[in-house]
Design a protein around this ligand. Structure first.
Ligand code: ZN
Ligand code: FE
Length: 260
């Protein structure tokens, strides 16, 4: 049976360890910091056999060099970004086969947060770094709103039961923003209550399911009338395309984040 372990790093990052019952081998996704990962593996008898990187930001790739001092393992990551220690550059349509874990992952190149970040999908799981967040999406640091909207639209088309493993614990903050956009969405209120219960127990709210995201994440709902209406009201103009709605909703959140 596959098992995904969350390792918390920095303030709110997750390093995901993908393992399988009966073997100590794990794939480490986005080890931004080697220390918590080394500690977790020692405590749980796990051993990384591969490193998977979604994008070049330090909080995702910054621990690779130090990990390679302990484990001589391949490092997979985006071909169009600079990743320290990268051994297997990957682009759109690539496939990662991990025989030690019995898992094959499909690679999607999804520009928006950075220039060419990767998401890895397989066995009903999605590792999407800072592209899709639970309840939100990443900042547009290197890509355009149209690119990010297209990237999120691709992710939204994955099966509804897909488990969404993103790179940060941002759910409650994101859903707080979502409430500005869709104050009358009953699924959103239910999700906030459930996420609060988890956080009160110190538990991760990640993973979510893609179905939950499609019902409550405003950035996946730019074709829904209530989201269009809210974005048009905020922008004070008509928005004729979903990517224009996305751009306004992203800007709206940026402005609130800047004030926080
Ligand atoms: Zn990032
Ligand atoms: Fe990040």
């Amino acid at each position: 049976m596959l098992r995904v372990h969350p390792v918390t790093a920095f303030k709110d990052n997750y390093i995901w360890l993908i393992g399988r019952t009966g073997t100590p081998k794990v794939a480490a996704v986005d080890p931004g910091d080697a220390r918590p990962l080394l500690g977790y593996c020692a405590a749980h008898g796990l051993e990384p056999c591969v490193i998977l990187i979604t994008h070049h930001h330090r909080d995702h790739a910054g621990g690779v060099r130090e990990l390679l001092d302990y484990y001589d393992v391949p490092v997979y990551g985006p071909v169009h970004e600079t990743i320290p220690g990268l051994t297997h550059p990957l682009g759109e349509g690539a496939r990662v086969t991990l025989p030690e874990i019995g898992l094959t992952l499909q690679v999607m190149e999804l520009p928006g947060h950075t220039r060419a970040p990767l998401s890895y999908a397989g066995a009903g799981m999605l590792f999407c770094g800072d592209t899709l967040f639970t309840g939100g999406c990443g900042y547009l640091f290197e890509g355009t709103a149209a690119q990010m909207h297209a990237s999120l639209t691709r992710l939204a088309a994955l099966p509804g039961e897909t488990q969404v493993y993103c790179g940060h614990e941002y759910t409650l903050e994101n859903l707080g923003f979502a409430l500005h956009v869709e104050p009358d969405n009953p699924d959103l209120h239910a999700r906030i209550a459930a996420a609060r219960r988890l956080r009160a127990q110190g538990l991760p709210t990640v993973p979510s399911t893609l179905e939950e995201e499609r019902r409550t994440n405003p950035f996946l709902r730019c074709h829904i009338q209530q989201v269009i209406d809210a974005a048009e009201k905020y922008a004070g103009r008509r928005l004729s395309r979903p990517d224009q709605v996305f751009a306004v909703v992203r800007q709206w959140k940026n402005e609130l984040d800047a004030r926080a």
